[in-house]
Design a protein around this ligand. Structure first.
Ligand SMILES: [Fe+2]
Ligand SMILES: [Fe+2]
Length: 493
C-alpha cells in the first residue's frame, strides 16, 4: 500500500457517498485494511447492492466482509497449476506422539510423581554423558570433605545472582556461584530456568558446594535428515480466524498461491512442490480467552469461527495434507499437553478430508523427517526467567527448550501445565525440525542442525500486543524443502 491511510479513507468515503451509502467505522476500517485501488469501485458497488437488498443505507462490517470474501474467493478460483509436482509423490506421514485428554485431579501425590518423572527422564539423559563422572547424589555431595570435586544432577528451585537453590528426589541445598566465575557459567546461569533439571560440576570449600560449571542435558550434534523426494512443507500458525485483525486477504492470497503458484516460474515451482502444511495452533481467536475479547471479534461464535476457517482451508489443493494442533485460543483444554481440538470443532476442519488434527505438542514424521510441533505458550515464562530470550527472538527460547530438553520447564507461572503422573513435555526424542508459534513473530534459525521455525501469524497487531510492546510480523509463511533442508520465507501482504 503506497498511499497514506488518510488519503485512502478519503477516497473510499468519496466513492461511498457517490453511491449513496454510509460506512460505519468498523466497515470503513476493513475497507482501508483491504484497500486495493483497482478493485475498490467494483467492491463498493457490490456493497451498495448488498446494502440495498438489506434495505439499509448504513453499511455494517458484516456486509463488507461478505463482499470482500466473495471477491477474493472468485479471484482464487481463477487460476490453478496445470500440474502439481508434489502430487507425484506418495504420502508418508507417521504420527509418533499425540496426546489424548486424560482425567486429572489436583492430587499432591500425582504432582510429586510428575516431577519425579521429569527428574528421572532428564537425569538418565545426563547420566549417559561421559562428562558426568564422578557422580554423587546431592546428599552425598554435601557430605564430601573440602577440596572434593564431582558432578551431581539437580532440579532448580530458585536462581539468584550468587547462588542457586536446588534439589533432587532426596535432598535440597544451596549451591554457590563463585564471584569470579567464567563467562560460560554466567551465560548458562542466565539461561537456567526454575524447575529445569541440569547437571552441576561442583567443588567443596569450607563445607559448602560451589558451582564450577552447569551441564545442560542438551541435544546431540547430528546431521539434518534430508530425503530423496523434492517436496516441501509449509509451516504456519496463529491464524486467529474470527478476530477483527485476522488478515483474511493475505491468508487467501497464500491459498491462491498454493493453487496457482503466483507469477514467476520459480514461485510456481516452489508452490507446486508443497505436499504438507502444518498449522502450529491458534487456528481461531476463540471466545472469552481474555477480558473484553468480544469487542475485538469479527465472528463471535466459536462454531462459526471453525466453520469459517474450514471454508478457507477447503480451498487448499486436496493433495496437500494439513496438520493442525491447538494453541491457547483454540477449543480444547487449556493446560499443556493440550489434547486435540474438541471433536465437534475438529470435525468441521477434518470434513475437508485433508486435515489431520493432533495434540499440542506432538511429534510427526514426514518421509522420515521428525517434526516437533508445539504452540509455544511457555515462551512467555522463558522470556521472563531467561536472560537472552524475548518475544521478538523466539528462536532463543526454542534453543533453551532444546538445551534443557523440556518444552515448558517453569511450573506455576503463566503457562498452565498438567502436572500429573508422567511428564509428557520432556523432549525425549530429538527432532529434525522444531516448529512453534504463539509470539506472532516470524523467525527461523538452526541449533545443532535442528531447524527452528517460529511461524509468525495472520493477525495484525492487537491492542493487547500494543500494551505489551509486541510488534508482530504477520502474513509470512515458511517453506521447508525436505530435499536439502533450506527454509524460505514467503510474504503474502
Ligand atoms: Fe496466537
Ligand atoms: Fe497463542
Amino acid at each position: 500500500m503506497n498511499q497514506d491511510k488518510g488519503d485512502i479513507k478519503k477516497r473510499i468515503l468519496t466513492e461511498a457517498t457517490r453511491l449513496g451509502i454510509l460506512l460505519n467505522p468498523e466497515a470503513l476500517l476493513i475497507l482501508v485494511e483491504n484497500y486495493d485501488e483497482k478493485s475498490l469501485p467494483t467492491i463498493l458497488s457490490k456493497i451498495a447492492e448488498e446494502a440495498k437488498k438489506r434495505n439499509s443505507v448504513v453499511v455494517s462490517r458484516e456486509v463488507v466482509t461478505s463482499v470482500i470474501g466473495a471477491s477474493i474467493r472468485a479471484e482464487i478460483s481463477a487460476g490453478f497449476h496445470t500440474h502439481f509436482l508434489a502430487k507425484d509423490v506418495e504420502d508418508d506421514i507417521e504420527i509418533l506422539k499425540s496426546y489424548e485428554a486424560k482425567q486429572v485431579s489436583d492430587d499432591l501425590e500425582a504432582r510429586r510423581q510428575y516431577f519425579a518423572d521429569r527428574y528421572s527422564k532428564i537425569s538418565s539423559m545426563l547420566r549417559s554423558r561421559a562428562d558426568m563422572s564422578p557422580y554423587y547424589p546431592l546428599r552425598k555431595a554435601c557430605s564430601l570433605p573440602d577440596r572434593s570435586e564431582g558432578k551431581t544432577i539437580v532440579m532448580v528451585y530458585e536462581k539468584r545472582e550468587n547462588y542457586i537453590v536446588v534439589e533432587d528426589m532426596d535432598f535440597s541445598t544451596k549451591i554457590l556461584i563463585p564471584r569470579d566465575c567464567d563467562k560460560d557459567l554466567r551465560e548458562k546461569i542466565g539461561r537456567l530456568l526454575p524447575d529445569s533439571v541440569v547437571g552441576v560440576s561442583f567443588y567443596v570449600s569450607n563445607s559448602k558446594l560451589f558451582c564450577r560449571s552447569i551441564i545442560f542435558p542438551d541435544v546431540p550434534i547430528k546431521k539434518f535428515k534430508t530425503i530423496e523426494e523434492d517436496i516441501s512443507v509449509l509451516l504456519t500458525s496463529d491464524i486467529h480466524y474470527g478476530s477483527q485483525k485476522f488478515s483474511e486477504k493475505a491468508f487467501l492470497r497464500m491459498i491462491k498461491w498454493l493453487r496457482d503458484g503466483g507469477v514467476t516460474e520459480k514461485e510456481r515451482e516452489i508452490s507446486s512442490r508443497i505436499k504438507y502444511m502444518i498449522i502450529a495452533g491458534d487456528l481461531v481467536d476463540g471466545v472469552g480467552i481474555y477480558p473484553q475479547q468480544e469487542k475485538e471479534l469479527q465472528v463471535r461464535d466459536v462454531e462459526k469461527q471453525y466453520g469459517g476457517l474450514s471454508n478457507l482451508l477447503s480451498q487448499i489443493p486436496e493433495h496437500i495434507k494439513v496438520i493442525v494442533i491447538p494453541g491457547n485460543h483454540d477449543a480444547t483444554l487449556r493446560a499443556i499437553p493440550q489434547p486435540p481440538i474438541f471433536d465437534e470443532y475438529a470435525e468441521k476442519l477434518e470434513s475437508n478430508g485433508n486435515v489431520i488434527s493432533l495434540s499440542n505438542p506432538c511429534m510427526v514424521s514426514l518421509h522420515g523427517v521428525k517434526f516437533l510441533i508445539y504452540h509455544g505458550t511457555s515462551m512467555e515464562d522463558i522470556a521472563t526467567f531467561a536472560k537472552n530470550a524475548s518475544y521478538d527472538r523466539p528462536e532463543n527460547a526454542m534453543e533453551i527448550m532444546l538445551q534443557l530438553r523440556h518444552l515448558a520447564p517453569v511450573y506455576g507461572s503463566r503457562t498452565p501445565i498438567i502436572a500429573h503422573g508422567r511428564d509428557e513435555l520432556v523432549i525425549e526424542e530429538v527432532p529434525d525440525v522444531f516448529h512453534t508459534g504463539h509470539v506472532h513473530v516470524f523467525r527461523n534459525g538452526v541449533y545443532r542442525e535442528i531447524k527452528l521455525i517460529n511461524s509468525g501469524t495472520w493477525q495484525e497487531r492487537t491492542r493487547y500486543q500494543e500494551q505489551l510492546g509486541i510488534m508482530p510480523t504477520p502474513n509470512i509463511a515458511a517453506v521447508l524443502a525436505l530435499k536439502n533442508g533450506s527454509v524460505s520465507q514467503i510474504r503474502f501482504d
